[in-house]
Design a protein. Structure first.
Length: 185
């Protein structure tokens, strides 16, 4: 068997080194969750009804319409809303818009709403004298109702592709969410 020319040997070693580096760098470092997956998860979790706030107000929200806000790294949900009070026994229809960031919950491998902020409450049927105070009272009820809502739960096969890496940054994109996975420390 003839020995390799020194230049050929060097090229072979360089090629093997590149293969080794490519193997170490392969594998997903991000997992994408599409807008359609998020909307389907919301449709399974809503409509939803709050417990009576201070024993008086009940907030019912329908299935939300999802909007992605990549520039703010937030998600917005627009709901049909029904507010009923237990004293006057009346109900008012309207709209509610909230936005929130996302956090990783390791106990069940889910993405959850965090820092929920009411962007808009509209109750046009409500008498004008009650509209401002009631809309103001609804904001904390809506925020508490939606804080920690599960937006997506990862299936084991999705996490298996991340090969034991841990979730890092969660980025809202025009197409959905992108979760960056970091190598074990």
């Amino acid at each position: 068997m003839r020995s390799l020319h020194p230049r050929a040997r060097w090229l072979l070693l360089a090629w093997l080194w590149l293969l080794l580096l490519a193997g170490c760098a392969s594998g997903p470092r991000t997992v994408d969750v599409s807008r359609q997956q998020l909307q389907a998860a919301l449709e399974r979790r809503f409509p939803h009804e709050s417990r009576p706030a201070a024993g008086l107000l009940v907030l019912k929200v329908g299935v939300p319409r999802l909007e992605l806000l990549p520039q703010a790294n937030r998600v917005r949900l627009d709901f049909r809303l029904e507010v009923s009070d237990r004293i006057l026994r009346s109900a008012y229809q309207g709209e509610l818009a909230v936005s929130f960031g996302l956090r990783w919950e390791p106990s069940d491998a889910s993405l959850r709403a965090t820092s929920v902020r009411v962007e808009q409450v509209g109750l046009p049927e409500l008498p004008a004298a009650l509209r401002v105070p009631l809309q103001g009272a609804l904001a904390p009820v809506a925020e508490n109702l939606l804080e920690d809502t599960v937006l997506h739960t990862f299936r084991p096969e999705e996490l298996a592709r991340a090969r034991g890496w841990t979730p890092g940054a969660i980025q809202v994109t025009p197409a959905g969410l992108r979760i960056e996975f970091l190598p074990p420390a």
